[in-house]
Design a protein around this ligand. Sequence first.
Ligand SMILES: Cc1cc2nc3c(=O)[nH]c(=O)nc-3n(C[C@H](O)[C@H](O)[C@H](O)COP(=O)(O)OP(=O)(O)OC[C@H]3O[C@@H](n4cnc5c(N)ncnc54)[C@H](O)[C@@H]3O)c2cc1C
Length: 488
Amino acid sequence: MTVHEILKLRTRALTPAPPARDRPYVLCWLMQALRARENPALDVAILLGNAEGIPVVVVHALENRYPYASHRLHRFILEASLDLEAGLKERDIRFVRWVRRSGESEVDVVARLAEDAAAVIVDDVPTFVTREYADALAKRFSGAVWGVDACCGVPMRAFPEDLGTTKKYRAAHQPLRDLHLTTDLEQTPRYPMYDGPLDPGGSGAAELTADGIDALIGECGVDMSVPTAGFSGGRSAALERLDYAVREVLPRYKWTRNNPALTDDSSHLSPWLHFGVLSPREVAAAVREAEEAGRVHPAARYKFFDELLTWREYFHHRCRFNPDYSRWAGLPEAARATLLAHAGDSRPRVYGLEALIRGETDDETWNAAQKAFALDGWMNNNLRMYWVKQLIKWRPDPREAFAVACYLNDRFSLDGRDASTYGNLRWGFGEDKRGYRELPVYGWVSGRGDAALRRREGVPEWLAEQAARPVPDIAVPTDLDDLLLRYG
Ligand SMILES: Cc1cc2nc3c(=O)[nH]c(=O)nc-3n(C[C@H](O)[C@H](O)[C@H](O)COP(=O)(O)OP(=O)(O)OC[C@H]3O[C@@H](n4cnc5c(N)ncnc54)[C@H](O)[C@@H]3O)c2cc1C
């Protein structure tokens, strides 16, 4: 396949219109692929601009009303946005940022900038508001809107049918990796930077410096009760962590990844992968290079790639075919039926949202886990598996338990709101294998204890320490109605 064919495979038309003639730029709207390089959405925009003889303008718009907009998420996104701006400047590509303090939605702003564009190219993500917003623009804009897959290493459209199981997906995915992970897709802009007027309008055009981020967020009306977490959203921080993870974490990854007590249990790259600050292609390239240099064992690379490439991309794949992927209604019928059949079983403990948000249950392991979400914005995978299973027994109704799991993950985890979020929560609620026996409350969905986790080196002490951490005053929703509306 040629580079053009690969980029075409990554692209789908969201409107039937062809690109318009005699417009001054191609508009590239980056919602969740916040990087200036190794970005197929940008590459497609440049390719089109070069063909039309015009430059590309990149817009990053951040409104304050997406679900769970908070100090934590806004800060990460704006840090990423600053490095995106710097990276585009190096490439002579015009950038415009808009941060809503009041007034319009992100889609309104993009629609206005689109009036002068030959086409709008947007990164194509199959879930959460990214999908909703791209569809909303396509509904109201009469020109060309193309969605480009910038989030998977092997394009989602390489698999036209739902493959249904990871086994089938892995078998189909593996032979395509060499081509899609190693072909250089980068396009070079041929036309001078657009220097005409650009008015995103409204109250949101934002000049930004690193020092001004918190002050700007303070004016945005987002949830300031969710504290910032120990990750910087910038590309430089992401590349630094990637380099460190490949050198220090990957060689031991197979043995450490299930021990949350270790500082470098796993790569900790998921927040940057979620917000597209890093692409899976460049993560895979760094790992392969280390393997070729003899610094990473093939077995470690295999395990890591199975998470990064098989599981992560499988969930994106499944999500594409199931519009209800993040809803109770979209869970497999058998899982819903068995959980509902046990909805009337007695539950020794039921916890309200406040105790759950704050990690104040009578289960130390769970409290430690929830505090990782509430305070750090990230949790170890093995701990997440335990965390999700307990929620099933702590709400009176399994629909509510599912909504609460999605809510806690989406609101607090930096990597939440992702296809991998819902894929894994669905696993917790019985998507995969049927349990070995029918249990109270869980029915045929398997439960999970913490005995194996607690046998790992240093884990009991670590859990006690983590569970004792104080949590600041985090706002608590008054009822579950909104959650059930979103995830029911
Ligand atoms: C209940 C539950 C909820 C989860 N919620 C999320 C979520 O909101 N967002 C998210 O990205 N992942 C989620 N995961 C998957 C996994 O826990 C995280 O991706 C992983 O812990 C991130 O840490 P890391 O970057 O150090 O991963 P590493 O182990 O270093 O793996 C590298 C990358 O591979 C991918 N990956 C790893 N494990 C998985 C997995 N099980 N499924 C899909 N992709 C994986 C991630 O992109 C990760 O960054 C969840 C898992 C469970 C059990």
